[in-house]
Design a protein around this ligand. Structure first.
Ligand SMILES: Cc1cc2nc3c(=O)[nH]c(=O)nc-3n(C[C@H](O)[C@H](O)[C@H](O)COP(=O)(O)OP(=O)(O)OC[C@H]3O[C@@H](n4cnc5c(N)ncnc54)[C@H](O)[C@@H]3O)c2cc1C
Length: 382
């Protein structure tokens, strides 16, 4: 497998790297402290064509491959995870289902604004009683007089409650099928009567990203808001999660790289016992270990992206990449804080925020335990 980046991929990576350093890094601490959604940055990402990287150019997307998308997510996470997850959840979770399964009309209605970043899309799978066990969905949608009537709740949903949130795609039980529950996907626009995003959660990290519970009470949407084939909803969302894991793994690689960058520059500056702390073997070992694990993890993420782009099965690699990188990000951030000593515990230093932002990477888009189930399931299948 060829891991060399094409000229287009390098250009995109360098553009995002430059943007992240110039436009995101200077405001990241303030956004985190004030828990302010990064509207201006999202608008600029839209202008740069970064809110619709993998989608067709006919809809205003970038027409680029998964590896390009992963590179962009990685570079954003290197300086700010909140901005990175806003872009990643919008792209691979919110917009992708409409791109893959939308009718021409649904695509025409939604994709131009979503690809331009004028509107955000959210992905509503998780419920109070259905997280890892996502098929246990209790939200129901009943067809009545040409409308789906939706009742239920979702929780921990990213991007659903901002001023520019356009829609959420949700799973709902739409009937029974062969003794089991029939689950379908529906598009629910923001502002639709009966659909209420709740108050944002107070979180450990990702403070500038929008995360809320959603309620649906007698929420009526047209029958035409069914997304894809009736009864295919759970299967469709599992496919979306597979792809989404490449994005989250890329975030973890970016965050670990950002932590390593900070640790290296601090280790060169900070003096103790008459010399820079980077001269001490204990500090060198931490930096060496993280850098080696990071390079290996990055290759695994790129491999998952390349497999997806080649049309090969990528579920196993994506789950392995998600499992390895989430843990690595947590460890890298912890070591970076350690290298900063007391300053690492102080919010003025980015590693403090990085440490708080890292933990969700072992939980969101499938916990580590779920990745282990997916990996073992693939390896042990007969
Ligand atoms: C900030 C944030 C943003 C999010 N954004 C979104 C979003 O945009 N859209 C969305 O749909 N969801 C979103 N989520 C939800 C996220 O994907 C879930 O939190 C995650 O999948 C875990 O589900 P849960 O929280 O219900 O945990 P649970 O499923 O209750 O798990 C609790 C614990 O039990 C373990 N466990 C569960 N089942 C098993 C098993 N069979 N074997 C072994 N261990 C098991 C889990 O691994 C975990 O350790 C977000 C969450 C957060 C915190």
């Amino acid at each position: 497998m060829d891991f060399g980046l094409t000229d287009e991929q390098r250009l995109l990576r360098d553009t995002v790297r430059d943007f992240a350093r110039r436009e995101v890094a200077p405001v990241a601490e303030e956004l985190d402290r004030t828990k302010a959604f990064p509207y201006e940055i999202v608008a600029k990402l839209g202008e740069l064509g970064l809110m619709g990287i993998p989608f067709g150019e006919e809809y205003g997307g970038g027409g680029a491959d998964t590896l390009s998308y992963a590179l962009a997510v990685e570079e954003l996470a290197r300086v700010d995870s909140s901005v990175s997850i806003t872009m990643a959840a919008h792209t691979s979770l919110g917009t992708m289902p409409i791109y893959l399964w939308g009718t021409d009309e649904q695509k025409g209605d939604w994709l131009p604004n979503l690809c331009a970043g004028r509107r955000l899309a959210a992905f509503g799978l998780t419920e109070p009683e259905a997280g890892s066990d996502a098929g246990a969905t209790r939200t129901r949608a009943t067809l009545s007089d040409g409308e789906w009537v939706i009742d239920g709740a979702k929780q921990f949903i990213t991007n659903a409650g901002t001023e520019i949130s356009g829609c959420v795609t949700i799973t709902a039980v739409t009937g029974s099928e062969g003794g089991g529950r029939e689950i379908s996907n529906l598009i629910v626009p923001n502002g639709n009567p009966g659909y209420e995003p709740g108050e944002p959660y107070r979180k450990m990290g990702w403070n500038a990203s929008d995360t809320r519970p959603l309620t649906f009470e007698d929420c009526r949407v047209p029958e035409a808001n069914l997304l894809g084939r009736r009864g295919q909803g759970f299967k469709q969302f599992l496919h979306i999660l597979d792809g989404g894991r490449i994005g989250v793994a890329a975030m973890a690689v970016g965050l670990a790289q950002g932590a390593l960058d900070e640790a290296i520059s601090y280790a060169k500056e900070r003096q103790a016992f008459g010399q820079a702390i980077g001269k001490f073997q204990a500090i060198q070992a931490k930096i060496a270990d993280i850098s080696a694990q990071l390079e290996a993890a990055r290759l695994l993420v790129y491999r998952a992206a390349l497999e997806k782009d080649a049309g090969e099965a990528f579920t196993l690699t994506a789950a392995q990449a998600k499992l390895i990188t989430g843990r690595l990000a947590v460890r890298a951030c912890e070591e970076a804080v350690q290298i900063h000593g007391g300053y690492g515990y102080i919010e003025e230093y980015p590693v403090c925020r990085f440490y708080r932002d890292a933990k969700i990477l072992t939980i969101g888009e499938g916990t580590d335990e779920v990745q282990q189930m997916v990996i073992a399931g693939k390896l042990l299948q007969t």
